[in-house]
Design a protein around this ligand. Structure first.
Ligand SMILES: Nc1ncnc2c1ncn2[C@@H]1O[C@H](COP(=O)(O)OP(=O)(O)OP(=O)(O)O)[C@@H](O)[C@H]1O
Ligand code: NI
Length: 335
C-alpha cells in the first residue's frame, strides 16, 4: 500500500497467453478445465472473470498461483511482469506467493489460523517475505488493519479470528494479502460468503487499496453485479474459454457473444441488486470431451452451420474481443 502507482507505467502486470490446464481424472482421462485463454491485467486495473459454475475460473486462478490439483498439465504462458511462472520450482513459487502474487478466496475462515491473533497473522505474512524486525512487522500490521477498516486496530491485534464477523475477517485476509504490495491479486469470489451490504463495502475497499498501490486484480465471480460495481474490464468465460472480453462499459452496453447476451438479458432488470448468474437453458458441455466446434453452439439461439468449426480465438491479450462466428471480423481486429 505504499506509493507505487505507475510503477509499471500502467502496463501489464499479468499476461496469460493461450493458457490451457488439463486435470487428470479417473480412468486415465483428463478434464480440460481451461482451454486456451489469452488475457491481460494491467497495473491498478481490476479485471472481472465471470461465468457459470464449473467453467474453469478457479482453475485459471490456481494456474496463476501455482496451486493446481496434482498431476495437472499446464500449457501456454503465465507472465508476471514479463517473467514466465510456468515450470517454476515449488520453492521459487513459495517465495513469490504472498509477495508478488496473492490470493483472497471465498471463505476468510479457511485463510486464517483460528488459534492465532489476527494481527500476528498479518505480521507473519510480512516477515515470511521481508527481513524486518518483529516490532516493525507489528507496527506495519497494525497500520494495515487500520487501513482495511478494523476499528481500534492496536487493541484488536491480539484477538483471534472468532472474535470478528465474516466481513471483518475478510478485511484481515485482505490486509495480509496486500501486506507486501503484490503486483497481482487473485480474488476468487471474495464476497460470495458475505451479506449484500458488507459485499459492497469489501469490494470498494479492494478497489481503493489496489488502485492506490498499483496492484492488478483478477476478480473471479459468478455475479455480474459485482463486475458492474468494481471492474474496469471483464472477461466472460464459457466451458474453459474466454468467449468475450472488453471494458465493462462496452461489454455491458454492447454484448456481442450470444452467451454474454443471454447472461445480461436474464439479469433481474427491475432492481440493480446483485445476484447469481441466471439459468440459461441447456447444459455446459463435458470438459473431458469438449465439442470440436463452438462450445456454446448446443445452447446458442443463433447457432448455424459454421459453428461446427472452432470459432476464431481471442489471440491478442488486450485486444481481441469476441470469439464467435457471428463476429468473425471484430474477433480479429486489434483494438
Ligand atoms: N481437482 C479436480 N479434479 C477433477 N476435476 C476438477 C478438479 N478441479 C476442477 N475440476 C473440473 O474443472 C472444471 C472447472 O472447475 P473450476 O472449479 O475451475 O470452475 P469454476 O468456474 O471456478 O466454478 P465455480 O463457480 O463453481 O467455483 C470443472 O469441470 C471441474 O469439475
Ligand atoms: Ni471457482
Amino acid at each position: 500500500m505504499s506509493e507505487r502507482a505507475g510503477r509499471n507505467g500502467g502496463g501489464a502486470v499479468l499476461e496469460l497467453h493461450d493458457l490451457s490446464v488439463r486435470i487428470p481424472v479417473s480412468g486415465g482421462r483428463w478434464v480440460e478445465a481451461v482451454g486456451g485463454v489469452t488475457l491481460t491485467v494491467g497495473s491498478a486495473e481490476i479485471v472481472g472473470l465471470v461465468g457459470e459454475s464449473g467453467c474453469g475460473k478457479s482453475t485459471l486462478g490456481g494456474a496463476i498461483m501455482g496451486l493446481l490439483p496434482g498431476g495437472s498439465r499446464v500449457a501456454g504462458e503465465v507472465l508476471l511482469r514479463g517473467q514466465d511462472l510456468r515450470g517454476l520450482a515449488e520453492e521459487d513459487y513459495r517465495r513469490i506467493r504472498g509477495d508478488d502474487i496473492a490470493l483472497v478466496s471465498q471463505d476468510p475462515s479457511a485463510s486464517l489460523d483460528p488459534t492465532f491473533p489476527v494481527g500476528a497473522q498479518v505480521a507473519e505474512a510480512i516477515r515470511n517475505h521481508r527481513d524486518v524486525s518483529r516490532r516493525a512487522a507489528r507496527e506495519r500490521a497494525v497500520e494495515l488493519l487500520r487501513v482495511v477498516g478494523i476499528p481500534d486496530p492496536g487493541a484488536r491485534y491480539a484477538d483471534p479470528p472468532h472474535r470478528f464477523s465474516g466481513g471483518m475477517k475478510q478485511r484481515v485476509v485482505i490486509a495480509a494479502a496486500l501486506a507486501n504490495d503484490p503486483a497481482v491479486l487473485i480474488a476468487d469470489e471474495p464476497t460470495t460468503a458475505l451479506d449484500v451490504t458488507i459485499q459492497a463495502q469489501i469490494l470498494h475497499l479492494l478497489r481503493d487499496l489496489t488502485v492506490r498501490s498499483g496492484t492488478g486484480v483478477l476478480l473471479i465471480t459468478h455475479d455480474l453485479g459485482v463486475v458492474a460495481q468494481v471492474c474496469d474490464r471483464v472477461a466472460v468465460m464459457y466451458a474453459g474459454q474466454v468467449v468475450e472480453q472488453g471494458t465493462v462499459r462496452e461489454v455491458f452496453a454492447h454484448p456481442s457473444h450470444p452467451y454474454t447476451r443471454a447472461l445480461l438479458e436474464s439479469q433481474p432488470a427491475a432492481h440493480h441488486r446483485s445476484g447469481d448468474l441466471p439459468v440459461i437453458p441447456g447444459r455446459v458441455p463435458d470438459l473431458s470431451e469438449p465439442p470440436a466446434g463452438c462450445r456454446f453452439a448446443a445452447r446458442c439461439p443463433r447457432a448455424h452451420d459454421r459453428c461446427a468449426a472452432p470459432p476464431p480465438e481471442i489471440r491478442t491479450a488486450g485486444g481481441g474481443r469476441v470469439s464467435c462466428w457471428l463476429h468473425h471480423d471484430t474477433a480479429r481486429e486489434a483494438r
